[in-house]
Design a binder for this molecule. Structure first.
Ligand SMILES: [Zn+2]
Length: 280
């Protein structure tokens, strides 16, 4: 029996397609709890420079964020951008994940989270809401958070509803940041504000409108998205990988997830630790 060249080629191509489909499936399916054993490179410093995102076909958000990498970073990390041009992870060979924790309406849950972080000598970046400063989150808790080396980042003054966010102008957002930062300064003081606040931002409900993005660009605030959330801790959902940015919330339900994260072998870092202190 003869096999014409065309048939042989077809079989080969089909074989290749099958292999690549399987690889994709394998890469996406299992929950990667711990980092791989073999780490190819251990980096302690970074090259100078600014990484700008690849242009994408998406129109919004209109402002293009720039993420600066500094020598003081404890890992080597290159920001990765999602299809909305927002940093949602880092490209790296170092076995770390970045922990971000949002909102903050419970003083006791936040203190329990700080207990867990403290016990594990770990720092996180907290995207907090302005109206809770000195109210739902007490001054002592905020001071403790900063004194332990965690970051505070902007997550709006009052976490407005999406319909309200869509109506907010650039000027509204600039005013919103002023309210947020004044409220925080009023509660923790100028010195801890300078120590603890990092120039990063996250839109309430992930509603990244053009006006919001422009306000960030005008104030040199860098937006950060995520590529893993609390579902990471369910089987076969959003697996952590090197350089993942994980989002949790200051809610009782996420205390377990935080404890679970601490039992993994990942190095858990704040954004400031991954990116380094402000560049010279
Ligand atoms: Zn939020």
């Amino acid at each position: 029996m003869k096999f014409p060249l065309k048939s042989i080629l077809s079989v080969l191509i089909l074989g290749l397609l099958f292999t690549s489909a399987c690889s994709n499936q394998i890469a996406g399916a299992p929950l990667l709890v711990n980092p791989p054993d073999e780490i190819l490179v251990t980096a302690t410093s970074l090259p100078d420079g600014i990484v700008t995102p690849e242009p994408t076909a998406f129109v919004e958000p209109t402002a293009t964020p720039e993420v600066k990498l500094c020598r003081t970073s404890v890992v080597r990390a290159i920001p990765e951008y999602n299809n909305k041009n927002l940093v949602n992870a880092f490209q790296t060979v170092d076995p770390f994940v970045v922990l971000t924790i949002d909102d903050g309406y419970s003083n006791s849950v936040l203190n329990q989270m700080l207990d867990i972080l403290e016990a594990n000598d770990t720092k996180a970046t907290f995207f907090l809401v302005g109206t809770s400063f000195g109210e739902k989150i007490q001054a002592d808790t905020l001071k403790r958070l900063v004194e332990n080396g965690n970051d505070i980042a902007y997550h709006s003054y009052a976490h407005p509803e999406v319909s309200f966010i869509e109506a907010m102008s650039l000027e509204d957002w600039l005013q919103d940041y002023r309210l947020w930062s004044d409220a925080l300064r009023g509660v923790i003081g100028e010195q801890l504000f300078d120590e603890g606040v990092v120039p990063y931002a996250r839109a309430p409900y992930g509603a990244w409108t053009s006006a919001f993005m422009t306000s960030l660009a005008e104030q040199d605030l860098t937006p950060f998205y995520w590529n893993a959330d609390e579902h990471t801790f369910e089987a076969n959902r959003m697996p952590l990988r090197e350089g993942s940015i994980l989002i949790l919330h200051i809610i009782p339900e996420n205390l377990d997830e935080l404890e679970q994260l601490m039992t993994t072998d990942w190095d858990v870092l704040s954004l400031r630790e991954a990116l380094g202190e402000e560049c010279d």
